[in-house]
Design a binder for this molecule. Structure first.
Ligand SMILES: Nc1ncnc2c1ncn2[C@@H]1O[C@H](COP(=O)(O)OP(=O)(O)OP(=O)(O)O)[C@@H](O)[C@H]1O
Length: 276
């Protein structure tokens, strides 16, 4: 994917977090944290367990109010829960939670229609048409639209969750461990889907993940949470960081395997191009 840093211009930031501090009682999770995401890039967010990836995401999408700092998303300042701008802004991003977070009592189509009913004046017929379109977009068969989440495989549920996250044509897509629980082939296919959709539709992606293959496959840049702040760079730049967690993560056996897999995929693409 893309250039070494995925930049379309450093001033075109869709997320701008500065001086963030979050804490629970005396436990400080983030301190003086800065985090910037450029329009159209795929940003990975990684870090050890409990380093504050989810808390950072919650602050960015306004589910949690930080103790200090400033958060701007799509040019607007976010104050946290109760912020009156939040409802309008929420229409401009989509969120895919780890398990898809679908309503179990609704069919896939009805799930996708929830944000459409909430935020648009579309007639039921048009809502159904948009929903069919999204089902198609994420590679689900149309029959899946009429099934309940419990009738789908884990991979299909993720695709359904993605279809719902894309219902309102978001400018930013937030993904929380999108490939968790999928087998390696399913995970690869899901990475490819995200990468292809991002290229075709041009939205920005912020993806919390533990999956090194995903980082190598689709991320333009990666932010690593260490010492209450983030270190940002391309995978190649981060491999040169001296921090022990980063070294171990990117240059340990799993990191090396992911790098080799990425290299092989690149060679196969080149071969494929050459044969045409
Ligand atoms: N509601 C809460 N009350 C108290 N502490 C919390 C709360 N939410 C998160 N924390 C603490 O904040 C820290 C960061 O949590 P967070 O869930 O963001 O970590 P994470 O990096 O997403 O971890 P993981 O990779 O394990 O999901 C942890 O120490 C966690 O215990």
């Amino acid at each position: 994917m893309g250039s070494s840093n995925g930049a379309k211009g450093s001033e075109d930031l869709v997320i701008r977090v500065t001086g963030l501090r979050t804490q629970f009682g005396s436990h400080v999770v983030h301190e003086k944290l800065d985090f910037f995401v450029r329009r159209g890039e795929v940003m990975g967010l990684v870090g050890g367990s409990g380093t504050g990836k989810s808390v950072l995401l919650k602050c960015i999408i306004g589910l949690m109010r930080p103790a200090a700092g400033r958060i701007e998303i799509l040019g607007r300042s976010i104050e946290g829960p109760g912020d009156s701008d939040l409802r309008v802004l929420q229409q401009r991003w989509g969120m895919l939670f780890q398990d898809g977070a679908l309503f179990s009592s609704l069919t896939v189509a009805q799930n996708i229609e929830v944000p459409l009913a909430e935020h648009t004046d579309l007639s039921p017929r048009l809502r159904r048409e948009v929903s069919d379109l999204k089902v198609n977009l994420v590679g689900l068969p149309l029959e899946a639209a009429h099934k309940y989440p419990s009738e789908l495989s884990g991979g299909m549920r993720k695709r359904a969750g993605l279809a719902r996250a894309l219902a309102l044509d978001p400018e930013i897509l937030f993904l929380d461990e999108p490939t968790a629980g999928l087998d390696p082939i399913g995970a690869n296919q899901f990475d490819e889907l995200i990468g292809d959709l991002q290229k075709a539709l041009g939205f920005t992606v912020v993806m919390v993940t533990h999956d090194l293959d995903s980082l190598y496959a689709i991320c333009d840049r990666v932010s690593v949470l260490v010492d209450k702040r983030v270190k940002v760079g391309t995978v190649t730049e981060l491999e040169r960081e001296s921090d022990p967690w980063i070294q171990d993560y990117f240059l340990g056996p799993r990191g090396r395997a992911a790098a080799v897999a990425k290299q092989r995929a690149g060679q196969q693409t080149q071969l494929g191009t050459g044969e045409r």
